[in-house]
Design a protein around this ligand. Sequence first.
Ligand code: NAD
Length: 509
Amino acid sequence: MNAIHNPMLANQLTSVKLLINGEFVDSKTTEWQDIVNPATQEVLGKVPFATTEEINAAIASAQNAFASWSQTPIQARMRIMLKLQELIRIHAKEIAKVLTAEQGKTLADAEGDIQRGLEVVEHACSIGTLQMGEYVEGVARGVDSYTLQQPLGVCAGITPFNFPAMIPLWMFPMAIVCGNTFVLKPSEQDPLSTMMLVELALQAGVPAGVLNVVHGGKEVVDLLCTHNDIKAISFVGSTAVGTHVYNLAGQHGKRVQSMMGAKNHAVIMPDANKQQTLNALVGAAFGAAGQRCMALSVAVMVGETKNWLAEFVEKAKTLSVNAGHEPNTDVGPVISPRAKARVIDLINSGVEQGAQLLLDGRDVQVKGYEQGNFVGPTIFSQVSTDMRIYKEEVFGPVLAVICVDTLEEAIALVNANPFGNGVGLFTQSGATARTFQHQINIGQVGINIPIPVPVPFFSFTGSRGSKLGDLGPYGKQAVQFYTQTKTITSRWFEDSQDSGKVNTTINLG
Ligand code: NAD
């Protein structure tokens, strides 16, 4: 088994490398950013903001590699994915430790982050059937029609900080297994675990130039969105940046998928299984410190379920706030002091705007980790839709509760919110569930499932302010996104066939 560079074991601070044309290289930039452990403020390494020359070199290397990679037989591409899934499985625990150190989430959650990405790599191993075209024999006399799904060229991916394993794995495995080459721009806040996965991709046999990595922020992203040789951009991150990326790359003729921010609701009906529901709500609202794009932000309590609130608050109080690597931690730190300040500001705004603070996580102290970016579980009731705490994505362990009288009111409330990423319904009634799934305008719907992230055979979706672009990451939609459909209509003449008469109509027959 080959080792990978483990920044936690290195005896000096890691300077994160760029990956250009199969080589891990040091950036020549003068601009660097520290990678900081959110529980301790310990500096784990530094990440370069790549220069224009370096970004151009990465794109040029991907462009050169495309000619040969796109001609590589599909089974050979698939076998690299088979090897990659094996290597990720072997190194998962080691990568999870690094992920927890740089991102803050618990070790169990870090392993889940890797596992969900690994499932996409497993799915990429089915590319032979996924990329299969369609064929209809006899669309006219002696004429057949069929489609080819051909790769686009160089594609690029821009990823957020909250899933440094899963989201890069949503992107580059599907893009390259379809025959494209790729330039990845990971989050500058936690690129260490992403780089371990990239190293495994090279070990698995991804040839030089097929996968490249550049680091940085807005300047790198804008160059990727405007470069002539890039054909498609996959973006995951906030709505503000995702809208900018969608517009800029779209103006430059690229195919774009932009998966963006969220404000996820759960609707709780009086006939729901009370204990199962309360447990699910606590986990979905406060797990991963609320830093999931599918985290629960708003509980819509229908009818008498408002009487469940006191019990709900007691359950939330039992969660342990601590560093992610400590055993039994439920809620780790948020990513940065800036992120913590933003969450606190939003909690303050909720108080100022008149919501009732049932549980206050602002002053939580964690023994031994006094410098950590911790916010404890926070619950507001009497929230109204004009409050900032309702309108803005908090991205912290904060839940707003709104009480309504009927299912119809709940559906109208959820559908009026500008975001459309995820929603959950808790009920024991099939009829209620069916009405809800039909009428709700949200990409991912869970029925008695608090965080309904689709498995990789389906695609991650989203509607309204949570997604721009028609096709989502992974699943069948990813194959459509990363390929161009070509339709062939063909007729073959027997040598013995006489020339017919000239036909000036469009009738194929
Ligand atoms: P972010 O938008 O700040 O950053 C995402 C990426 O964009 C990073 O690689 C970053 O370097 C780059 N970037 C930042 N500012 C930029 C700018 N001005 N111009 C161009 N590029 C820029 O997001 P984040 O804070 O890293 O991640 C959290 C966000 O991601 C949340 O809003 C969350 O809901 C969202 N998210 C969405 C999904 C989804 O599938 N819908 C999944 C995960 C996270």
